[in-house]
Design a protein around this ligand. Structure first.
Ligand code: FAD
Length: 219
C-alpha cells in the first residue's frame, strides 16, 4: 500500500536474512508506539511509503521490521540490499490494530506474524492462542520465541510440509476442526486478504460475533 506520510531519516543498525527472501531490519527506536501499530518506509524522503508492522516490543531499544521481498516491487528489492549504517526513511507509528491484556486468539499468515511478535515482546501473552499459517517449515518466523513463551498455545499450520512440531494443514482446516471456539474472546487476524476473509467467515459461522473479529489486511 502506498501512502503519503512524513518520513524521517533513520540509520539501519542491522539487517538479517531469516528465511529465503525474508528479512528483519532494525533501527534505533526514535519514538514510543503501541504494539500492533505500523509505520511507513521509503528509500527517499519524497517516496510513497509502504506500510510495515513493527515486530519488536514497546520497550525494546530497537525497532524491528519483518518483511519479504516482492520481486516486482519498488521498495523491498532495494530494502533487502540495505546494510548497517545505511539510511532509510520512516514515518511515525500509527494504526489501531493494537493488542490488549484480554484473552484473545492471534491468527496470522506469513509476515502477518509481525504485530503479534510486537504484542508478545511487549508481554501481552497471558491467555493468548497464536495460530500461524505458512506453506513451508521455514516460514514460521520467530518460532523460537513463540514456542518458548506460548508452548501449546502456539500452533504452526503448515500446508505443504509436515513435521511433528506443526499441524499439517491450513489455518482454515485447523479452525474448521475446532468444535468449541470461545465466542466471547477477541480474534485478531493479520495477513493477506484471502486468509483474513476465509478465517473471518469460519469464525462467524462458528458463532463468533462480528465485533469480536479485528483484522489487519496486508496488500
Ligand atoms: C497495514 C499494512 C501492514 C503491512 N505490514 C507488512 C509487514 O509487516 N511485512 C511485510 O512484508 N509486508 C507488509 N505489508 C505489505 C507492504 O506494505 C508492501 O505491500 C510490500 O512490502 C510490497 O512492497 P514493494 O514496494 O516491494 O512492492 P510494490 O511496489 O508495492 O509492488 C507490489 C506489487 O504491485 C505491483 N505493482 C507495483 N506498481 C504497479 C503498477 N503501477 N501497476 C500495476 N502493478 C504494480 C508489483 O508488480 C508488485 O507485484 C503491509 C501492508 C499493510 C497495508
Amino acid at each position: 500500500m502506498k501512502r503519503r506520510l512524513n518520513l524521517n531519516k533513520v540509520k539501519v543498525s542491522r539487517q538479517t536474512q531469516i528465511a529465503p527472501d525474508v528479512f528483519v531490519l532494525s533501527f534505533p527506536r526514535p519514538w514510543d508506539f503501541v504494539a500492533g501499530q505500523v509505520l511507513g518506509i521509503g528509500a527517499h524522503e519524497t517516496d510513497e511509503a509502504r506500510l510495515y508492522s513493527i515486530a519488536s516490543g514497546e520497550l525494546d531499544d530497537e525497532v524491528d521490521i519483518l518483511y519479504n521481498i516482492n520481486p516486482d516491487g519498488k521498495l523491498t528489492p532495494w530494502l533487502a540490499k540495505v546494510n548497517t549504517g545505511d539510511h532509510i526513511w520512516v514515518s511515525e507509528p500509527f494504526g489501531s490494530f493494537t493488542g490488549t491484556g484480554e484473552p484473545a486468539w492471534w491468527i496470522a499468515s506469513g509476515t502477518g506474524i509481525a504485530p503479534f511478535s510486537a504484542m508478545f515482546r511487549t508481554g501481552l501473552t497471558l491467555n493468548k492462542k497464536l495460530l500461524h499459517g505458512g506453506r513451508t517449515l521455514d516460514t514460521f518466523y520467530f518460532n523460537e520465541q513463540f514456542s518458548n513463551g506460548l508452548g501449546e498455545n502456539y500452533v504452526r499450520c503448515c500446508s505443504r510440509e509436515s513435521s511433528e512440531e506443526v499441524y499439517n494443514g491450513r489455518i482454515t482446516k485447523y479452525l474448521n476442526e475446532q468444535s468449541n471456539l470461545p465466542t466471547s474472546e477477541k480474534y485478531y487476524l493479520c495477513g493477506g486478504a484471502e486468509m483474513v476473509v476465509e478465517v473471518r467467515d469460519i469464525l462467524i459461522a462458528k458463532g463468533v460475533p462480528f465485533d469480536n473479529i479485528i483484522s489487519e489486511i496486508y496488500f
